[in-house]
Design a protein around this ligand. Structure first.
Ligand code: AMP
Length: 549
């Protein structure tokens, strides 16, 4: 082999940070506050200066190379600073999904062996309740002035701003980082069993962020002000903070103010050009915009994903002059794999035929569809469906210290996505079904098996099968199909109360169908396809059915 004679430069978050500090010092990150307080504004020069001091703070906290440092945080300037500082330090940014059930968070923090945890003060009450279950945590760093909620009884407590004030200013002596080193960790509950850790490398973060910026992907540039509504605890906010640091795009961070009204106000006031979020949140924003007609004149586009994006949502944004593009991916894929940007030449229904797909495969992402029972690739003819499998430089090769998830990866190195679909000859993916027995509601996972198990613990329940029910606001809600034990009586109120103490409120089904028997396959498994068809054909009599407020 004649080797190329090019330099072997390392693709690292540290390099993204260094260049951001030099080139984009005047750009701003803007964090919304509880009205009437004005948003907090910080320039990238200020961010960069604070990040240098954060390097010293991490050193003082005794953080070791490769150590997983947890964050419980909304989207904010401080969280952005941690995104840059922790990986630059050679440690791993572990963003904890605050919406998970306490048992899951306990498991995740224990599994990641988190010793140092950064917490937004607004989340302190939640973390304080959890703290007795987090014995490995030695140090909580509170971001903000709020009460410490008694965290000090469990571990050492410091204040983010105090630590920064005490740290020496000036350039920090960052370590050399190998691009294959772990940079960030995010657990997904979109699998069976315990949540599983996806461990991103500096190289995968750098390549993914570069691809995000491509004109045919999100197309982020220094002209943009992007409002990342997608939480920073969901797959690194789809890579947008890193992409913004790479391009000098401004960032508008909603904090915990993710309702439609404050978001719309921020879009108008801060001249946001691009929004990114799941269909539920953007659907609320659209309804608000239709009613209140806020000033969206700065907004040119949006990226929507995490669940199928209805055509009506995209058409609705179009009425406001905003092109909302669908994207598809998973925690395991960093996440972007496809973006549905149609060729400019297409018009009318031809245009929409592409827009409603999950999108065209991005460069470096290889994709194949295989039979559900074999790994034989199917043709890309837009007709044949099969399981979608992907591989590439920002796709997980396995889960962090969890061999129980190995079956999700094929022997020849592909990730089984658990999504079923087809691909057109020109590379547009259309998802038609889901092999994984899970429900995705408002961008968060609900495990059918778990809800079924808890329901069957109730004396009145003989069998329970939980399936997804389409929902205009939440995309999907769980529908519990219940067979009552002989002579037993139970109504949705009783069953909901039973479930409420065992799972997060939003995971409890609102709607029930009382049936005589759960249909079974030839090997005796619940045949949910039959139940789904009955639901679609209007043959299931449902009780309840109020969409969650
Ligand atoms: P998560 O790991 O929580 O980001 O979930 C990833 C999963 O969400 C995918 O495997 C899909 O099942 C679903 N998903 C994400 N984006 C889309 C989309 N645009 N259309 C349909 N399903 C999607």
């Amino acid at each position: 082999m004649l080797e190329g004679l090019m330099q072997d430069a390392q693709l690292t978050v540290g390099e993204i940070r260094r260049r951001m500090a030099r080139c984009y010092g005047d750009r701003e990150v803007i964090t919304l506050q509880e009205p009437p307080a004005p948003p907090v504004r910080g320039t990238y020069a200020e961010v960069a200066e604070r990040v240098e001091r954060l390097g010293r703070v991490l050193e003082r906290l005794g953080v070791e190379p490769g150590e997983r440092v947890a964050t419980f945080g909304w989207n904010s300037q401080r969280h952005f600073e941690l995104y840059l500082a922790i990986p630059s330090f050679g440690a791993v940014l572990h963003t904890v999904n605050i919406r998970l059930f306490p048992e899951q968070i306990e498991y995740i923090v224990g599994h990641a062996a988190n010793r140092v945890v950064f917490v937004d003060d607004s989340l302190v009450p939640q973390v304080a309740k959890l703290a007795p279950r987090l014995p490995g945590v030695e140090h909580f760093v509170i971001m903000g002035d709020g009460d410490d909620g008694g965290l000090g009884r469990r571990a050492q407590v410091s204040r983010y701003e105090n630590l920064l004030d005490e740290a020496e200013a000036g350039a920090y002596d960052w370590p050399e980082v190998d691009e294959r080193q772990a940079a960030a960790l995010c657990y997904t509950s979109g699998t069976t069993g315990n949540p599983k850790g996806v461990l991103y490398s500096h190289r995968s973060v750098s390549l993914h962020s570069t691809a995000v910026c491509m004109a045919d992907a999100v197309g982020l540039s220094g002209e943009d002000r992007v409002m990342a509504i997608v939480p920073m605890f969901h797959v690194n906010a789809w890579g947008l903070p890193f992409a913004a640091a790479m391009t000098g795009a401004g960032l508008v961070m909603p904090g915990r103010f993710v309702a439609a009204a404050p978001l719309a106000r921020a879009i108008a006031q801060e001249k946001v050009t691009l929004v990114a979020g799941v269909p539920t949140v953007l659907g609320d924003l659209l309804r608000h915009a239709d009613e209140q007609k806020p000033d969206f004149s700065s907004l040119r586009g949006g990226i929507c994903g995490g669940a199928a994006v209805p055509r009506g949502l995209m058409e609705g944004f179009e009425r406001h002059g905003v092109r909302l593009l669908q994207a598809w991916g998973m925690t395991e894929t960093s996440p972007l794999c496809t973006v549905a940007r149609p060729p400019e030449a297409l018009e009318g229904e031809d245009h929409w035929a592409k827009r409603v797909t999950q999108g065209r495969i991005m460069p470096w992402v290889e994709l194949r569809i295989t039979g559900e029972d074999d790994d034989e690739p199917r043709d890309w003819d837009g007709v044949q469906t099969g399981e979608i499998q992907v591989r590439g430089p920002w796709i997980a090769s396995r889960y962090y210290e969890d061999p129980s998830g190995d079956a999700q990866f094929t022997e020849d190195g592909w990730l089984r996505t658990g999504d079923i679909g087809s691909v057109t000859p020109d590379g547009f993916v259309q998802i038609t079904d889901r092999a994984k027995d899970l429900i995705k509601s408002g961008g968060e996972w609900i495990s059918s098996v778990e809800v079924e198990g808890e329901l069957m613990e109730h004396d009145a329940v003989l069998e329970a099968a939980v399936i997804a029910m389409p929902d205009e606001r939440w995309t999907e809600r769980p529908l519990a199909c219940v067979v009552l034990a002989e002579g037993a009586e139970a109504d949705p109120v009783v069953l909901r109360r039973h479930l409420a103490s065992r799972m997060a409120g939003w995971q409890v089904p609102d709607t029930f169908a009382f049936i005589d028997e759960v249909p079974k396959t030839s090997v005796g498994k619940f045949d949910k396809k039959v139940l789904r068809k009955r639901l679609a054909d209007g043959e299931l009599e449902t009780v309840g059915g109020k969409s969650r407020a």
